[in-house]
Structure formats: C-alpha cells, structure tokens
Design a protein around this ligand. Structure first.
Ligand code: ADP
Length: 259
C-alpha cells in the first residue's frame, strides 16, 4: 500500500530500516484507529445514561412545584451540566466519525436567510443580547446539511455571546461572492491575538484558559465548525483584533453552483 517504502535496489541495511519503518507506520495507524474507536465507544456509552439522567431531572423540575429555591437551583445546575456534557460527548462522537470518514451529510438546497433567522431566534431564547441580521441579498440558496449548518452557526453565535460584553452588539452578515454564499458572524468582543488565530480551530485549544475558564466550553466548538463546514464543501476563517472584536466568515457553495 501507500505506506510501503520502495527501496528495491538499496543495500540490505536500508531495506531493513525500510521494513522497520513500514511496520511502525502500520502499528501507528492501527493504534490511531483503536484510539478513535475508543473515543467513539466511550462517548456513546456515556451519552446514553446521561441523557436518561437529564430527562429525569427535567421531569422533576417540570412536575414538582413544592421545591425550595435551593433544591430548584441545585436541580437546574445538575440539568444544565448534564446538558453541556451531552453536547460535549456529541461533539467527540462527531469528530471521531469525521476522522474515520463516517460523518455523513444530508445535502439539500434551502434558503440560507431562513436558517439564519431560525438560529437567531434560538439564540434569543437563552440570551437577551442584541443580534442583528444584515443581508445584502434577499434570498440566497445553498446546498448543505440543514441541521449541521445550524449546529455550525449556533456554535459561532454562542462564541460571539460568550466572548463579548453583554452590552455589545452581535451581527450576522449575509452576502454573495461570485458563486459562494458568505456568512459572517461579527462581535465587538475581546478579540483573539494574531499569533493564536491559526490555532483556535484545533481541538481543545483555548486562547486564555483563565478567562475561558468561566465560560464553560472545552475548546471543541471551532474544530467542529471547521470539520462540518469543510465536510460540506465550504471554508471558515477568522479576522480579529484584540480588544476590538472578531468576525468568523463561512463560505459555502450556492445551490446553482453545487455539484
Ligand atoms: P470554547 O469556546 O469551548 O473554548 P472553541 O473551539 O469554540 O472552544 O473556541 C476556541 C477558543 O477560541 C476559545 O476558547 C476562545 O479563546 C477563542 N474564541 C472563539 N470564538 C471567539 C470570539 N468570538 N471572540 C474571542 N475569542 C473567541
């Protein structure tokens, strides 16, 4: 295969070395495969019981109206921590699937403007931030997986909310550039230092652990964004200035140009 080194006419020492290397490579790829399967199995095994726990917590919170405030708060914290962990496990599962080529997309065409409105409505349910939509085009149709793109946009809006002060605005900007649909998520928040901008898409990478500590993420959001967007034939990039804010730009193939 590809990992077989070709050293036909080389001296025997080189041949031996090549054999050793080939063997090492195959062991490595075997162990990567095992690691992926391990992450995937563990995530799956943890997600199921946690979903049940979360369900019970929700139903107690809904049905019991004689809880003390302390009890109510304790249960709410437990439920939201369970929910956060379920999302983390789902992210790990998605990344493990993407690594082994088993992340599938249900590509269909739809109007991007509608999806963005839905995302803004969802974000407004858990945050009272001002979120504007500025669109240079009335209707822009893309070909992408609806729920995966929703996940991408929710991750970005979530970050814009987390990494900015409460009184600053957030905006979705929608545009068309040749045969690509362009979505920008803009905030006027803390910004990201230039030398770290390339690394934020890496798994578990967080710019400032001390500040990020309080925001409850774990550094997987943007790696999911990148994996999903690229899986749908798009790309993602960031422009940011420390102390001024950040803009995350997604470029997606439009319906007419999509294969
Ligand atoms: P998480 O938010 O869980 O830490 P992400 O992968 O979504 O993980 O983001 C990685 C890091 O990039 C964050 O920890 C944060 O430091 C930085 N970051 C992401 N989005 C923004 C933003 N809009 N403004 C400033 N920093 C950001």
């Amino acid at each position: 295969g590809q990992s077989q080194l070709s050293v036909k006419n080389a001296p025997s020492e080189v041949k031996e070395l090549a054999q050793t290397l080939t063997m090492l490579l195959s062991r490595l790829s075997q162990s990567w495969k095992q690691e992926r399967e391990f992450v995937s199995n563990v995530s799956h095994e943890l997600r199921t019981p946690l979903t049940i726990v979360h369900g019970y917590l929700q139903s107690v919170l809904r049905r019991q109206n004689n809880l003390t405030q302390t009890q109510q708060e304790a249960l709410e914290t437990a439920a939201s921590e369970a929910e956060r962990t379920i999302r983390l496990l789902q992210d790990l599962l998605d990344l493990a699937r993407a690594d082994s080529g088993y992340l599938y997309f249900q590509m269909k065409s739809y109007v991007l403007n509608d999806l963005i409105e839905e995302v803004v409505m969802m974000a407004k349910k858990y945050s009272d931030r001002i979120i504007k939509i500025e669109s240079k085009v009335d209707r822009i149709e893309v070909k992408a997986d609806y729920s995966r793109l929703k996940q991408v946009l929710l991750n970005l809006i979530d970050n814009a909310i987390k990494y900015s002060e409460i009184d600053t605005p957030i905006a979705f900007k929608l545009n068309q550039l040749e045969d690509r649909a362009i979505v920008e998520v803009c905030d006027r928040g803390y910004g990201i230092p230039l030398q770290q901008q390339a690394r934020i898409f890496e798994r578990f990478y967080r710019v400032d652990e001390s500040r990020s500590h309080t925001t409850g993420g774990c550094g997987l959001g943007l790696s999911i964004v990148k994996t999903l967007v690229e899986g749908m034939g798009g790309s993602v990039s960031v422009q940011s200035k420390l102390g001024e804010g950040s803009t995350f730009t997604i470029s997606l193939p439009m319906y007419s140009s999509a294969i």
